[in-house]
Design a protein around this ligand. Structure first.
Ligand code: TYM
Length: 344
């Protein structure tokens, strides 16, 4: 595999209720990686319509996700922030990848099984082909690193499989067109830290999710201080004191989750948190967690509100990002067309 220029790509769906899991699993990583990499962060609106969306809410959610990136510290002047549907090459490359990926690969995707549920016949074709679009998002920019939460691991593996199969299927043409041994890098997932899978506040065995019917199961980035405090106080726990060692969290999913959230928000390890709170009861720990969550999240929520109050500013940021993304996308897509054998 030749060396590819390091580049970060990641995306977040504009489907409402951005929550602490999105923030700790993905968005905080986006901010960190800006220091060391060229980064492209995308509001993946084409992905959102794989299930029904209200057009007005979708438009508001697209702006809200862009605002969340910026409020959390992503700098759209140094890096690229845009929404997917403004760069037509995402859909174009996804089609090529639909023809590279195999039915069997997509049939194994657990997210499709979960989202389609029992009524598979009624799921959209887009929901099934979703991972090919995700592979196209990443590979359109020949990105090498993809910060995501644990739940996206399988999709990332599929993106690597697509890249590898394309490189193999078209090896001769890739070389003949002057691209050497491989056209696409095999993108590496970056799933790191203590909060790669933030769990529901109501059930430590279930992932914190936008679609959970109970709003108390998650902390939304738009929640105010009182709401955050209430949700943390109501969060499910068990009757025992907090353990002093990480091993003691083993069979205690709710305690493990809250300690992990504290650690991630405070930039610590779980062991550090237990050094401070081990042996104590949950109410002391929860008070500290309320203070920490409010201190970290409320300023982001406030800034998101300020930014979304001026949609024309956000739209300008997205249009500028899309123009810069398109420049890279065009070059990749032109090369892909030559490699595949299209006449242009
Ligand atoms: P999405 O929109 O569901 O979630 C956005 C990011 O948040 C992470 N995440 C979590 N991390 C920790 N704990 C949780 N409870 C939690 N819930 C969500 C997700 O792992 C993700 O990183 N398919 C993607 C969007 C996408 C994408 C891409 C990502 C489309 N194209 C290309 C990377 C590269 C998705 O639905 O994420």
């Amino acid at each position: 595999m030749p060396d590819f220029q390091p580049r970060v790509f990641s995306g977040v769906q504009p489907t409402g209720n951005l929550h602490l899991g999105n923030y700790l699993g993905a968005i905080t990583k986006f901010v960190e990686l800006q220091r060391t990499h060229d980064c492209i962060y995308c509001v993946v609106d084409l992905h959102a319509i794989t299930v029904a969306q209200d057009p007005r809410e979708l438009r508001a959610s697209i702006r809200e996700v862009a605002a969340a990136f910026i409020a959390a510290g992503v700098d759209p002047t140094q890096h690229i922030v845009f929404n997917q549907s403004q760069v037509a090459e995402h859909a174009e490359l996804a089609w090529v990848f639909n023809c590279v990926a195999r039915m069997g690969w997509l049939s194994r995707m657990t997210q499709f099984k979960e989202k389609a549920g029992k009524d598979r016949e009624n799921a959209s074709v887009g929901l099934f082909a979703y991972p090919c679009l995700m592979a196209a998002d990443i590979l359109l920019y020949r990105a090498t690193h993809v910060p995501v939460g644990e739940d996206q691991k399988q999709h990332l593996e599929l993106a690597r499989d697509v890249a590898q199969k394309f490189n193999l299927d078209f090896a001769e043409s890739i070389a003949a067109n002057g691209h050497g041994e491989a056209f696409f890098p095999l993108p590496e997932p970056l799933i790191q830290g203590v909060a790669t899978r933030v769990m529901s506040l109501r059930d430590g065995t279930k992932k914190m999710s936008k679609s959970d019917p109970s709003d108390n199961s998650r902390i939304n980035l738009s929640d105010d201080a009182d709401t955050i405090a209430q949700k943390v106080r109501k969060a499910k726990t068990d009757p025992d004191a907090l353990p002093s060692e990480v091993e003691g969290l083993g069979k205690r999913p709710e305690a493990d989750n809250l300690v992990g959230i504290f650690a991630a928000l405070n930039g610590q390890s779980k062991a550090d948190v237990l050094k401070a709170f081990g042996g104590g009861n949950f109410s002391t720990f929860k008070s500290a967690l309320v203070d920490l969550s409010v201190a970290k999240l409320v300023p982001i929520g406030t800034e998101m509100k300020r930014l979304t109050a001026d949609p024309s500013h956000i739209d300008g940021v997205l249009a500028n990002g899309a123009a810069r993304a398109r420049e890279i996308a065009r070059v990749t897509m032109a090369a892909v067309k030559d490699i595949v054998g299209f006449v242009s």
